[in-house]
Write a protein that binds this ligand. Structure first.
Ligand code: ADP
Length: 346
């Protein structure tokens, strides 16, 4: 069966315009040729026989070129139409069109780029869906729990012990909602920012020491031995944003280190490079888990959601990206993890 070429109205009009231009061009060239021949006859006394022979050669040639050009124009239009159709589909949210670069010599690069663009759009779409699903899940769970325990509290026969227990759960779940709202707002803010606002010079070691003091109740509760070795270093940046980075990393080390474990927080300076590291003797992670920890809402152990929501490292990673630094993780299951942040003094 013959494969019919489907051409839309605009492309069709363009082809007609192109053919019209060719016809006019051939007509004008013929008239110019005729005038030239006339001039040659008059000035150089050429014979009509010679001219007819020349025309017999030129006319079939012109016709042949016209036919070839027409076929060529349709072929080019077909490739352009495929590209236009694909773009129209992508614009309407359908990212499944694929273009075969081997079928187009002229648009091979454009076809390749189109396929890449489709892949990226598909990925972004999946991530967005995942984010919405995760967000709804993380949002719904505490609300369901709060509603359930509030209903239990409304019952007449609740004794003091149970009442306190339900109230404690309600408080914890409300805190989780607050944390989720704050983290999402912060992440959205960081994602929409291209540069860090409100920068000033301050002592980084002092800021990290303050973060450790804030987290003192957490690691003391778990009898974790936290040591720190912080070199004095001045840094030019946003104190407010950097604080989230240190708190997230040190807090994770505390959360994922069992009672009685060790954590060491270090800050070193080497010429223009500042190296921060937090080393824990915690639960560690496998190679596979390490690849995913910076993804939104990723948690190695979903069953222990009380530990967090999976946004801390996404936020940390984004902050490091914004300050044009680097973040590295080394980890061994059941041995511990080391998170290293490299900053540059600009
Ligand atoms: P969460 O709120 O769950 O802590 P994060 O984004 O901070 O979310 O971390 C993502 C996941 O990475 C955590 O759920 C945890 O499984 C893992 N993780 C992060 N830091 C550590 C660490 N120091 N030791 C072991 N696992 C960690």
């Amino acid at each position: 069966m013959r494969n019919r070429i489907h051409i839309d109205r605009v492309t069709y009009k363009n082809i007609v315009r192109w053919l019209r231009f060719q016809t006019v061009f051939i007509l004008v060239s013929s008239i110019v040729s005729f005038c030239l021949v006339e001039w040659l006859i008059n000035n150089y006394k050429l014979s009509w026989d010679l001219i007819f022979r020349a025309l017999a050669l030129i006319i079939p040639m012109v016709l042949f070129i016209t036919v070839i050009n027409t076929i060529n124009a349709r072929w080019m239009a077909k490739q352009a139409t495929d590209l236009a159709d694909g773009l129209a589909k992508a614009a309407s949210g359908d990212y499944h069109a694929k273009l075969d670069p081997s079928k187009s010599s002229i648009f091979a690069v454009a076809y390749n780029n189109f396929n890449k663009l489709e892949e990226e759009l598909k990925k972004a779409n999946t991530l967005q869906d995942e984010f919405v699903n995760n967000y709804s899940h993380e949002f719904k769970t505490p609300i369901t729990s709060i509603k359930g325990f509030a209903e239990l509290l409304l019952e007449d026969d609740v004794d003091k012990k149970n009442r306190d227990k339900y109230l404690k759960i309600i408080v914890e779940e409300s805190e989780k909602l607050t944390y989720l709202a704050n983290s999402s707002i912060l992440l959205t803010k960081l994602n929409s920012q291209g540069i860090i606002p409100n920068k000033n010079k301050y002592l980084l070691d002092e800021q990290i020491r303050r973060c450790i003091i804030v987290l003192e109740p957490e690691y003391s509760k778990k009898k974790i031995d936290l040591s720190c070795n912080l070199e004095e270093v001045e840094y030019f940046g946003s104190e407010e944003i950097m604080e989230h980075l240190w708190i997230n990393l040190i807090n994770n080390a505390i959360k994922y280190t069992p009672d009685g474990g060790n954590i060491s927080v270090n800050l070193r300076v080497y010429q223009e490079t500042i190296i921060f590291s937090v080393i824990d003797s915690g639960i560690g992670m496998t190679e596979e888990e390490l690849k995913l920890i910076f993804n939104k809402f990723y948690q190695v152990d979903k069953s222990k959601t009380a530990r967090g929501l999976g946004l801390g490292l996404t936020i940390a990673n984004r902050i490091v990206q914004l300050v044009e630094g680097k973040i590295k993780v080394e980890s061994e299951l059941n041995k511990g993890s080391t998170f290293t942040v490299i900053l540059y003094r600009g």
